[in-house]
Ligand binder design. Structure first.
Ligand SMILES: Cc1cc2nc3c(=O)[nH]c(=O)nc-3n(C[C@H](O)[C@H](O)[C@H](O)COP(=O)(O)OP(=O)(O)OC[C@H]3O[C@@H](n4cnc5c(N)ncnc54)[C@H](O)[C@@H]3O)c2cc1C
Length: 459
């Protein structure tokens, strides 16, 4: 492979981004998704040398929308062009709960972190509820381009390894050739189907069927001409829908598993009573644009860094989220900020310890937020709509402030030394980036499902 790491020289300012002093640490990122690109940007800013290898042949902007919370944008103000694009292309929406027949239950309004007086972690940034995946991937890749970070497309990682001095990825290219790429640190940001588990834990993380799947996609506004009322995301440019149904084995964990509008309507018609406006709207789904996404869940997996510390998982490869947690992209971006900062604090020579410190600082927070996806899912699946209509406060689905006030960069700076002492000397260390006053308790899917069964029996 022709590419190699560009050496950093003195601190510089490029495109308004101030690059800190060179650390001499080389980081090879596998996966140019949202998590991988942000890792590259933050690592560049912190003075590390970065490369990104991506399996696709070009930037993949498919997907619909997600809400990305303020902690993910804790350093966005330091990337002024990107910040301007983010604020221009995000969507302010207000949040309401509706019955499926089309009656309003409760209007919750603006995101809580934008209430008057609320202080969130993305200083100086207006963070609305909704962004489209195409806009965010474009924004991150353009910023990489402006900083001279080359995304090397058409490179698929097939295995990970390391020795005392370097991390190693075996890569295949589109022409069938194979190469061995090395760096001080390899970041496996290659999504839910990562091949890094073999090296990191020696075992695959099992993805279990939840019994449900999700139809999701976007309809451009110019295909719609009626007044719309529904519990879906409506912006000036598109309508974004997500409909959960009991799966029949045909859906896939793939953003390319598309179905037609007819199939979605057939499924809706099997359960009569849906709001006719919603059914009308969904009849406009552009052909083959609706993703049929199987909802899989995985037990939390605490070990993201390899035992040698040179290979580290990030984003979905380390922790997949149910959509009801509303946090998949946010946590991938928080990981990126935390890892780049930890590597800077660890310094060259101790970078293999820095990945373990990052893992220690992040896992319990991420695992607790993963669990909120279960709690919200339980609420959505088993809610008594009549009771909720009479008392909307029964719908407790929320994003508590400990989630959106967290700053992963400041947290790493404040806690690095203590977490490192915990790892290297066994000193006591307690994370403080979860729900205040509630110590972390390990959980797994089996125990959550048992709780769900018990609570349903008691209703
Ligand atoms: C095409 C696509 C569309 C999506 N659409 C949505 C959406 O509409 N709404 C939503 O909430 N979430 C969506 N997601 C998921 C969302 O982006 C992630 O949950 C979240 O942002 C975490 O990002 P990530 O970088 O960890 O993983 P991902 O975004 O999944 O990125 C992983 C990247 O790694 C690359 N990759 C995978 N295997 C290899 C390999 N072996 N070698 C090299 N590269 C590899 C993939 O091509 C991808 O670019 C989508 C993901 C993808 C890939």
């Amino acid at each position: 492979m022709s590419s190699s790491f560009q050496e950093t020289r003195d601190p510089v300012v490029v495109d308004g981004v101030h690059r800190l002093s060179p650390t001499g640490i080389s980081i090879l990122i596998v996966g140019g998704g949202v998590g991988g690109m942000m890792t590259a940007l933050e690592s560049w800013r912190q003075g590390h040398n970065v490369r990104i290898l991506e399996r696709n042949e070009k930037l993949d902007t498919i997907g619909d929308c997600f809400g990305i919370l303020p902690p993910a944008w804790s350093t966005l103000r330091l990337f002024p062009t990107m910040k301007e694009q983010f604020e221009r292309e995000s969507y302010d929406v207000e949040f309401s709960f509706w019955r499926y027949e089309g009656r309003l239950i409760d209007h919750r309004g603006e995101a809580e972190w934008n209430y008057p007086g609320a202080v969130h972690s993305a200083q100086d940034v207006r963070v609305p509820w909704i962004e489209t995946r195409s806009s965010i991937t474009n924004m991150l890749s353009k910023q990489c381009e402006r900083l001279g970070i080359n995304i090397e497309y058409g490179n698929t990682a097939v295995s990970y390894d390391e020795n005392e001095n370097e991390a190693i990825v075996t890569v295949t290219r589109l022409d069938g050739t194979t190469s061995r790429e090395t760096a001080d640190i390899v970041v496996a940001a290659d999504g839910v189907a990562t091949t890094s588990h073999d090296h990191i834990t020696g075992r695959k993380v099992r993805a279990e069927s939840s019994g449900y799947a999700l139809y999701r996609g976007m309809i451009p506004m110019d295909l719609l001409n009626s007044d719309l009322h529904a519990n879906i995301i409506i912006t000036r440019d598109f309508l974004c829908y997500a409909i959960t149904y009991k799966e029949d084995g045909n859906s896939k964990e793939s953003w390319k598993a598309a179905v037609s509008a007819d199939e979605v309507l057939k499924r809706l018609n099997e359960n009569p009573g849906w709001d006719p406006d919603l059914v009308e709207v969904l009849s406009h789904i552009p052909d083959k644009s609706c993703i049929d996404w199987t909802l899989r869940w995985r037990d939390p997996q605490p070990q993201w860094a390899s035992s040698g510390g040179r290979v580290v998982q990030l984003g979905d490869s380390a922790h997949s989220f149910l959509p009801t947690s509303g946090n998949g992209a946010t946590q991938a971006l928080e990981d990126a900020l935390s890892l780049a900062q930890c590597l800077c604090l660890g310094r060259k020579g101790k970078e293999h310890i820095a990945t373990k410190v990052h893992n220690k600082l992040r896992f319990e927070r991420v695992s607790t937020i993963q669990k909120t996806g279960f709690v919200n899912r339980r609420l959505m699946h088993h809610i008594d709509l009549d009771a909720a209509e009479a008392r909307p406060e029964l719908i407790t689905m929320s994003l508590p402030s400990w989630i959106w006030t967290h700053n992963p960069v400041e947290y790493a700076i404040d806690n690095y030394a203590a977490a490192e002492a915990h790892i290297t000397k066994g000193s006591p260390f307690r994370n403080t980036n979860g729900p205040p006053g509630i110590p972390y308790e390990p959980w797994d899917i089996a125990s959550e499902m048992e709780k769900e069964m018990l609570s349903l029996q008691h209703e």
